[in-house]
Design a protein around this ligand. Sequence first.
Ligand code: AMP
Ligand code: ZN
Ligand code: FE
Ligand code: FE
Length: 281
Amino acid sequence: MIDLHTHSNISDGTDSPRELVNKALAAGITVLGLTDHDTIAGWPEAISALRPGIDLVLGAEISAQTSDGVSVHILGLLFDPDHQELAQVLLQTRDNRVGRMEKIIARLNAAGIDITMEDVLNQLSEGATLGRPHLADALVAKKIVKNREEAFSDLLHNNSKHYVSHYSPSPERAIELIKAAGGVAVIAHPFASLRGRVLSVESFTGLAAAGLDGIEIEHRDQNEGERGLLREIVQAFDLIQTGSSDYHGTGKLNQLGEFTTSPDNWERLESRANQRRVVRA
Ligand code: AMP
Ligand code: ZN
Ligand code: FE
Ligand code: FE
């Protein structure tokens, strides 16, 4: 089973990279993508946890934003970690997430909700990318909400009055940087309309021109209608379709391997990287 999109506690998942690799092996995953939000800091531990039977695809889920404010997640896989411009953009995004969190907290405080930056940082593993799920966990710890789901649906969703975005590159720029760094670029859950506004069908023309390689179609946040439309886009631009779990440990219901990428499609995708970068024990 090939699962190219998972998170560890180096962003908003709950398993360490080592635990993630172990659980993936136990779940029968043979090719595992590690795609923490805007960071590659989990790569060394994941590599050191490798054992025979599982291939590791190192990557990151890069936060991007269109000029009209639509949030887009781009999976960058198999890129060169020493590419300076890409590393710089990821660093800028991570830095900006701190001030952004302070703004969201200020809005919650103004609405009478008692939560501090310290509460949020207590939920974060060392060196991890800060995100709304950590704020959700802090709200759970203070018994303000029951779980992450309730935190998002009541207070933190993209259309809520407490929402603040952070710096992110445009989707085209993110794709160009991933390609410049020798990797492959796949748009994660592009039509996950439950989460907020999504890309227009027309925008795929520019994304394909920027070098997009694939589209994540099989994902629990996309319904059958959304998947059907994405299959047409994949056909129209000769892209590669993937499916993945977007596993976050206990942070979300998503289970490892609940959606997968076919071996054929994975082979086509991997062949588009400028070097063989899959890591094996
Ligand atoms: P951020 O990167 O800080 O904008 O937070 C976005 C992240 O929150 C997403 O990548 C998901 O991992 C998580 N998320 C979004 N919606 C939900 C939800 N309804 N329940 C739990 N986690 C969510
Ligand atoms: Zn996440
Ligand atoms: Fe995502
Ligand atoms: Fe994700």
